[in-house]
Design a protein around this ligand. Structure first.
Ligand code: GAP
Length: 457
């Protein structure tokens, strides 16, 4: 990651280059909501596709689902969210802004102190001892800690007074647990097998912020591996390895990644860890891997009255499977990928270019078609029509070629194809590599294979 990168710089680049806009911007915005623009939606979709490819498509034992966001409210009683999904909240008495006590501690210590094992009193004492000031107004005037409920409520029903409360799901994994039997039966799946899904989750976070890092509406990519207890620690370790390899394969550098094993575990959990990334705001959680024992299936079995046991056809043993969960936020991963990709490169001529070194497989556009002059646009559009059948292509004929290259560098397009007057003669083009800026001449007919080879994942 470029040392000069700040979150403000990234937010500006995202806004100016069509990655991410402030939500409801023309109305003055709507705090901590973000809209993905034409470039950002491509990047995020490519990240989600890469995850699905590695964890579902290439794994014969993993099945995908897409469950409803609104679930029977009993689901949230069984999961424990209805009773205890809350965060320790503190209000600044001066400016009335609200914060999470554990985040204040972790952000103050740049991720070096974890608040997860602290009691309410210990967190309050830490904040007093370190005189942690309000990040908004700079004063030191806190209320005591109170618990703040994180699930968004809405209601269902048309008759006033007879509406039922329903919740926007705060995590996607419950849709995987409740479909355990459906998937097992319809796919004739044998334990061990996994269920994966990608979808929106919603949390009424006390302290959303830091751009895409913590928002109230976000996408999760979650996978639950159902297995026998005797195999569960092996699967836990396997998913730790697979999870870190996956983010490394998308370009996150080893030096900016670390495991953080949880000291404090839920009573049912056998192990839990995060992978943390060194964001410009310090080391923060990127994803989680959790050994959840039989808790989830047992609870859903108790609350629904349907047994979630599995009968092993080989051993005749009947048991409730253990669950190993792997969960990662698509938006948070996109933020990490953008931080890692960003570079302000000083060129030989003394100029600086901003370049996003995305792995070609996830770059928003794979190739930009640039006619050297406007009167070459017919030929350029022919090339665009050919390549856009296979790849996401950009087309730009406005401004100097140098400025057009810079724009493509800033959105991380791995290849720029320039159409010039020789193209009309011999059907060859210049193809420029984003990272090295080297240019070679290729036949139009060879472009597709050349690009395809570079974007394999
Ligand atoms: N089902 C387990 C679960 O939801 P979590 O640690 O609360 O676990 C998993 O969330 C991942 O989802 C996190 O590691 C993070 O990547 C992402 N995530 C959680 N809350 C988020 C938020 N408010 N904004 C963006 N991403 C979030």
């Amino acid at each position: 990651m470029d040392k000069k990168l700040t979150m403000d710089k990234l937010v500006n680049l995202c806004k100016n280059r069509g990655f991410v806009f402030q939500g409801s911007e023309i109305y003055g915005g709507f705090a901590n909501t973000w809209d993905f623009g034409p470039v950002g939606v491509e990047l995020k979709n490519n990240i989600k596709r890469a995850w699905w490819k590695k964890f579902v498509q290439e794994d014969v034992n993993t099945y995908g689902v897409d469950a409803a966001i609104l679930m029977n409210p009993k689901v949230w009683e069984a999961s424990g969210h209805a009773q205890s999904f809350s965060d320790p909240q503190m209000d600044c008495k001066s400016c009335k802004y609200r914060f999470r006590a554990d985040n204040l501690i972790e952000e103050h210590s740049k991720g070096e102190t974890s608040a997860e094992k602290m009691t309410t009193k210990e967190m309050e004492d830490y904040i007093v001892e370190h005189k942690i000031k309000c990040p908004h107004c700079g004063n030191f005037s806190w209320t005591p800690i109170r618990q703040f409920r994180l699930m968004f409520e809405t209601s269902r029903g048309t008759v006033e007074g007879e509406k039922d409360v329903v919740y926007l799901r705060p995590e996607t994994c419950q849709g995987e647990y409740v479909n355990f039997l459906n998937v097992q039966r319809t796919m004739r799946a044998k334990v061990p097998f996994a269920i994966a899904q990608i979808g929106k989750s919603f949390r009424n976070e006390i302290t959303p912020g830091n751009f895409l890092f913590r928002t109230v509406e976000f996408e999760q990519m979650e996978l639950q591996m159902f297995c026998h207890e005797k195999d569960s620690m092996d699967f836990y370790n396997t998913y730790k390895e697979r999870a870190i390899k996956f983010v490394e394969s998308l370009g996150l550098k080893e030096d900016n990644l670390r495991f953080h094993d949880h000291d404090k575990l839920a009573h049912y959990a056998k192990a839990a860890c995060d992978i943390q990334y060194n964001f410009p705001i310090g080391w923060q959680e990127l994803n989680g891997i959790h050994h959840r024992g039989t808790w989830d299936l047992s609870r859903h079995s108790d609350f629904s009255g349907k047994t979630m046991d599995y009968l092993d056809p080989f051993t005749n043993e009947r048991f409730t499977p253990n669950v190993i969960e792997y969960s990662i936020g698509a938006d948070r991963l996109m933020l990490a990928i953008m931080c890692e990709a960003y570079e302000e490169e000083v060129l030989d001529n003394g100029e600086t270019r901003v370049v996003m070194h995305f792995l070609p497989a996830i770059a928003p556009y794979k190739v930009a078609i640039l006619p050297l002059q406007k009167n070459l646009s017919d030929k350029a559009k022919e090339v665009y029509a050919k390549l856009s059948k296979k790849f996401m292509c950009d087309y730009d004929e406005a401004g100097s070629i140098g400025k057009r290259y810079r724009r493509q560098d800033e959105i991380g397009t791995p290849f720029c194809v320039t159409i010039d007057f020789d193209t009309l003669e011999d059907d060859t083009v210049t193809i420029r590599d984003r990272d090295s800026m080297k240019q070679i001449r290729l036949k139009i007919d060879d472009l597709s294979d050349y690009i395809q080879k570079a974007i394999e994942f």
